[in-house]
Design a protein around this ligand. Structure first.
Ligand code: PA5
Length: 445
């Protein structure tokens, strides 16, 4: 279970002020729970952990077993934004850091990602790998019209059809998309791809607990049932109308700090496996809150690595920062620091101590240093990195995000700002219908 602790903010915040923001957070909670706020047609994510049928997970696992049985050893998962980051986050967090190099993992079904950028070099190099392997693909796009995944899918589909023939290629492609609309839906119907549905009432960045995240995570061999169990327990915990509801507490404090001038929130982790939790969280909060000229800017760092790059700024730069540390109590592996009879590096005071003890002391020392330096610290603690706790983290951050955006006074569930670059890109690429905009843009270049 997740524990939220605001002790690292106490020297920055007066009790009365915090009480005021807790009341605002409870009002926002009411708006979210009564489904009366802006964007209330996008609240399907709230009950996914408890409402998702076990048969959906069975289906994901059946595809995994089928592909394994035909020797598939590489799955290309195609998607961008909310159709990419949740799966990437979970797979990075749960995988062995050196899975690709380990000989014991050589028979596993490896997951790689495509369609999350438009780099020609990336897709060429990805195809170098695909051509060496026995490959399958999962294409994920709610709208079915997003350019990045559509371009990657064209290339991969074409390759699979040339290599295996249309029928076999179709059995190696699964689409996750809207139930009715979009080019991907029509293509899947025409070609006979298996499809999973992203419901209309779940937006991309809130979709990790739908097949958007569950299918790739299950294909990677992880226990999505346990992930949904952890999420379900947080669904219950975060449904309580209480000043102790962790989502209410976190939403209240980050808004208080924002109004007090802390415009940037850094999500901090001390395990490199959680780097993509930061990426997923940045999209969730950035796309939800960054609108109407408002919103906390979400950033992320991975310590202790980034203490040697961003540490100086965080300690001593402009005082507009707050931190949220995702703390992990127990390491999944253990390794003691060995004794050195010569003690040339002077580290024998650490002999016999677990490496994680150093990491924990680095975390505590950094917390105190940053508080002394004017950076308030919120913490979100899990027992260890596993499917269950990741599920809990996903749900907790989603619920807190909805509450937080309502405190801020924005529609949490739209993303009008994402369209601006798309329109310019289409105009510059010569998409029919964008001729006038292309003329205007060309004058400015
Ligand atoms: O959160 C969102 O809505 C976006 O990040 C989308 O997930 C992203 O733009 C991809 O959209 P789609 O799934 O329609 O291809």
């Amino acid at each position: 279970m997740i524990k939220v602790n605001m002790g690292g903010c106490s020297s920055f915040v007066k009790d009365a002020e915090y009480k005021k923001y807790l009341s605002k957070a409870l009002e926002a909670y009411d708006v979210l729970e009564s489904e009366t706020g802006a964007g209330n047609d996008f609240l399907g994510w709230k009950h996914l952990p408890t409402a998702t049928p076990a048969s959906l997970i069975d289906e994901c696992e059946a595809i995994r077993d089928e592909w394994k049985a035909k020797g598939v050893n590489l799955v290309v998962v195609i998607g961008i934004g909310g159709s990419y980051l949740g799966a990437k986050c979970a797979i990075e967090a749960l995988s062995h850091s050196f899975a690709k190099q380990l000989s014991s993992a050589k028979d596993a079904m490896e997951i790689v990602f495509a369609g999350q950028n438009l780099s020609e070099e990336y897709i060429c190099e990805l195809m170098d790998l695909v051509k060496e392997r026995n490959a399958a693909a999962v294409v994920i796009s709610k709208s079915g019209t997003t350019t990045e995944p559509a371009v990657a899918f064209r290339i991969i589909r074409n390759y699979l059809e040339e290599k295996y023939g249309k029928g076999e290629a179709a059995s190696r492609i699964v689409a996750v998309t809207d139930a009715r609309r979009g080019a991907l839906k029509s293509l899947s119907t025409q070609e006979g791809y298996r499809t999973f549905v992203i419901e209309d009432n779940v937006g991309g960045r809130f979709s990790v607990l739908t097949p958007v995240g569950l299918l790739p995570i299950a294909l990677a061999g992880f226990d999505v049932r346990s992930m949904m169990k952890g999420a379900a327990e947080m669904e219950e915990e975060c449904a309580k109308r209480s000043e102790n509801n962790p989502a209410v507490v976190y939403a209240a404090m980050r808004n208080l700090l924002y109004d007090a001038g802390k415009k940037i929130e850094i999500l901090v982790s001390y395990n490199p496996k959680l780097q993509y939790l930061g990426e997923w969280w940045k999209q969730l909060y950035g796309e939800t809150e960054g609108k109407d000229g408002k919103g906390i800017f979400p950033a992320s760092v991975n310590f202790t690595t980034d203490l040697h790059s961003m540490g100086q700024y965080i300690q001593d730069g402009e005082r507009i920062l707050m931190e949220t540390v995702v703390s992990v109590n127990d390491s999944n592996r253990s390794m003691e620091i060995v004794n050195d009879p010569q003690n040339l590096d002077g580290l024998n005071f650490l002999s016999g101590k677990p490496v994680e003890h150093c990491n924990a002391m680095a975390e505590l020392g950094t917390k105190l240093a940053h508080i002394d330096g004017g950076v308030p610290q919120m913490s979100v603690t899990i027992e260890r990195i596993n499917e269950y706790n990741l599920g809990g983290l996903f749900y907790f951050f989603e619920k807190a995000c909805g509450i937080s955006a309502y405190i801020l006074g924005v529609n949490p569930f739209n993303q009008p700002g994402v369209e601006a670059y798309k329109k310019n890109m289409f105009a510059l690429l010569g998409k029919p219908g964008y001729e006038a905009q292309a003329e205007e843009l060309k004058k400015r270049l």
